[in-house]
Design a binder for this molecule. Structure first.
Ligand code: BGC
Length: 751
């Protein structure tokens, strides 16, 4: 008995001291003083394979508080959070909501790993900025960075710490609804802009006002055939490297934390399962250190593509390719543990992916302060402030492209006292916004009507609807509009298509001005009054049918919260337009894709002879209606005296290019001076023009400036099909001008 008592005593002492060691043991991953690497290493050791799969699982959220929280689906998701099976949510919004979910993750799951909250903050969170395509037309990288940083600041105050932006897809197709979300048709400018957007969103990620960026859609999603959403892509490696990859790379080099797989195939393999894209290029060649997320269900949709046999195979193929987080197809959470147990995927491979996600959770400070982004007080102070709206207005004004301005009808002068404003959309908040409105609302947006009223006073404007919500018209609407026009000095007509037709799943086979609006303009033209078309749309519409019916065209895209105020500033001349289009405006649908940086072909059309057997259309010109880089101002600029520092340079030399630009008009203005090159003969055919530099300058009326550009070998090189940089001796041409068509040019030789 004594012996038993002694043994029990011993066990008790032993257990007690064991418990003591346990309670004093340092949990490294919870120790803010340990390095991120140490913390990740420690945490990985503690995680089960199911919990690791959880970190790779991103679910669509929705409302977790209020009555919606009782929904069975939401309850299941919350249980999954408790079980450590969710690494991230998308579409859970607001400080209160995100905090409620974070609390479950941090306080009720075994390891307390915080959640990443992602959301598509595409052009603003609550204060809505111009669509990215419009913003691109400003050629103002600083403003673009500011716009993104405000979007980040607002989103971060609402609990969001990750956005699925910027979209870095080059596209030549206005049929594609997502052209609105991008950077236009030029890889050089698109690269600079993508990097600026990443910087604006992320800052250095050390404060509470910036969020993770996501470079999407990797890769070449902008090349979807016929502009149809989710369609296939078939581009060569040469095109991939030279045309499509540069903007993604620039964004990665700018430090983007995440990259999103695209939906399309590349060389017949879905991007999510494409080892060449994800591992060979992104992870190995570019040394991307962040994590890769699928596009919505794109892991699972490899089955529809005909690449994965079933959901398990889809999970295997995605992970084998190097992809990491699964957005909404749930194949990783369902099959990864099994695939590891079967030895098809190694634990080391899983750890690599999980470590990258954990890294950003540590980097954002979520382990130490999980609710830092979910602060209701900060949220209410940060959203939709006067300062944010001011920046949105500046951004909107500088995005408006003046395409035509015969007889200087714009800006309105003191003699145009009575203004007819015509167009259903000019008063319709409902049609002002696209699909990617963030957490904004049309209620507080300024319509064109409101903007003009603010600026000119209500009595100066006579409004007529002109057409219906669906852009059809009828005799009465036309007669009313004509009557308004007859009583006015100048007629402003808001034409275009509803913002609702811009964004994902908004492909259009006919991106044209609707027939009802063409009829309306024809009737208005007969009044003999000067007519200004204010075109609103998320894409470059084909303007050929209306081009000659109007004196002026202000292309206003989708400008966001401050639309009306910005447009009023432009039409009244309070702001002198300076934007230049970053996409060509096609002459006809059949011309698509049309873009400035095309190849010369074997039979280029001579400009002085429109003869036979050339690469041309029989019914329309080859050139777009308005070329890349084009945009007018209320003043005029003269370019002269293009000078090169030498006619021959070596591969290590720098070439200096000088140009003189004068403001020859009567008002001050800003001009985007553009420099293009052509590599005339190369081992791989190069485009007829490639943008390589630009400067946005301010010139007072009558002022002249001499500008200087420096080009190096890097600017004259290109990629081969394997992504190697080639710099080849031979003849080159330099062009400088105010758009891709109207240029001065000179040749030089690279030895
Ligand atoms: C889009 C992505 C977007 C994601 C999440 C997808 O359908 O293609 O661009 O980020 O949904 O909303």
């Amino acid at each position: 008995m004594k012996k038993i008592t002694a043994i029990v005593c011993c066990i008790a002492i032993f257990t007690c001291s064991l418990a003591q060691t346990k309670s004093t043991e340092k949990i490294i991953y919870k120790d803010a003083k340990a390095t991120i690497d140490q913390r990740i290493g420690d945490l990985l050791k503690r995680m089960t394979i199911e919990e690791k799969a959880g970190q790779l699982n991103q679910l669509n959220g929705g409302l977790f508080t209020g009555p919606a929280a009782n929904d069975a689906g939401q309850k299941t998701k919350m249980q999954q959070v408790r079980d450590g099976k969710v690494g991230s949510f998308l579409n859970v919004l607001g400080a209160k909501e995100t905090k409620a979910v974070q609390k479950i993750a941090v306080e009720e799951s075994r390891l307390g790993i915080p959640i990443l909250f992602g959301f598509d903050v595409i052009h603003g969170y609550r204060t809505i900025f111009p669509i990215p395509l419009a913003e691109a037309c400003s050629w103002d990288l600083k403003q673009a960075e500011i716009n993104s940083s405000i979007a980040a600041k607002e989103a971060s105050s609402a609990g969001i710490n990750w956005t699925f932006a910027p979209m870095c897809d080059i596209t030549n197709d206005p049929r594609w609804g997502r052209i609105m979300e991008g950077i236009g048709e030029d890889p050089y400018y698109g690269s600079l802009l993508s990097a600026a957007r990443v910087k604006g969103l992320q800052g250095n990620l050390n404060d509470v006002e910036h969020i993770l960026a996501c470079v999407k859609h990797f890769a070449a999603y902008g090349a979807v055939e016929a502009g149809r959403e989710y369609n296939q892509v078939d581009v060569s490696r040469v095109q991939l490297w030279n045309k499509y990859l540069p903007p993604y790379k620039a964004a990665v080099d700018a430090g983007a934390a995440t990259v999103m797989n695209s939906f399309n195939v590349f060389e017949g393999v879905p991007a999510s399962g494409n080892k060449y894209l994800v591992t060979d290029i992104l992870l190995n060649k570019w040394k991307f250190k962040g994590f890769v997320v699928s596009d919505w269900a794109s892991f699972g949709e490899q089955i529809n593509h005909g690449y994965a046999a079933d959901r398990k195979d889809a999970a295997l193929k995605a992970i084998q390719a190097g992809s990491m987080m699964d957005m909404e197809s749930k194949v990783i959470i369902d099959y990864l543990p099994q695939l590891v147990k079967e030895g098809k995927i190694s634990v080391a491979q899983v750890d690599k992916a999980v470590a990258r996600i954990l890294y950003y959770k540590f980097k954002l400070g979520l382990f130490d302060d999980p609710y830092k982004f979910s602060n209701e007080e900060r949220e209410s102070k940060t959203l939709f402030t006067e300062a944010n709206r001011n920046e949105a207005k500046k951004a909107a004004r500088s995005s408006i492209v003046l395409l035509k301005n015969n007889n200087n009808v714009l800006p309105l002068t003191s003699s145009s006292k009575k203004v007819a404003l015509i167009g259903y959309y000019a008063k319709s908040k409902d049609d002002m916004f696209d699909f990617w409105i963030g957490n904004g609302t049309a209620d507080n947006a300024i319509t064109i009507y409101d903007g003009l009223k603010n600026k000119l006073g209500e009595s100066a404007i006579s409004y007529a609807q002109g057409y219906n919500a669906d852009a059809t018209t009828n005799e009465k609407l036309i007669n009313d509009a004509v009557q308004s026009a007859n009583n006015a000095d100048v007629v402003l007509v808001n034409i275009g298509i509803s913002g609702k037709m811009a964004g994902e799943d908004r492909a259009l086979a006919n991106p044209v001005i609707p027939e009802g609006q063409v009829q309306l303009l024809k009737a208005l033209q007969k009044t003999g009054k000067p007519i200004v078309a204010i075109v609103t749309a998320g894409r470059p519409l084909i303007l050929t049918q209306i081009n000659d019916l109007v004196s002026s065209i202000a292309y206003c895209w989708i400008l966001g919260t401050e639309t009306g105020n910005a447009i009023a500033d432009v039409v009244t001349g309070a702001y002198n337009p300076s934007a230049k289009t970053v996409v060509s405006f096609p002459y006809a649908v059949g011309q698509i894709p049309v873009y400035y940086n095309h190849f010369n072909t074997n039979r280029p059309t001579p400009t002085d002879d429109f003869g036979n057997w050339y690469s041309r259309y029989r019914d329309i010109p080859n050139d777009p209606l308005y070329p890349f880089g084009f945009g007018l101002s209320y003043t005029t600029y003269k370019y002269s005296d293009l000078r090169l520092s030498s006619n021959t340079i070596s591969k290590t030399d720098k070439l200096n290019v000088k140009i003189t630009v004068s403001n020859t008009g009567k008002v001050d203005g800003e001009e985007v001076v553009q420099l293009y090159i052509r590599d005339i003969t190369a081992s791989i055919v190069r485009p007829v023009k490639e943008l390589k530099a630009f400067q946005k300058i301010f010139l007072k009326a009558g002022e002249t400036k001499e500008l200087s550009f420096t080009l190096t070998g890097k600017d004259l090189s290109f990629y081969d099909a394997d992504g190697n940089i080639k710099l080849e001796a031979g003849a080159f041409r330099i062009f400088v001008g105010s758009n891709s068509r109207d240029v001065l040019e000179q040749n030089f030789t690279l030895k």
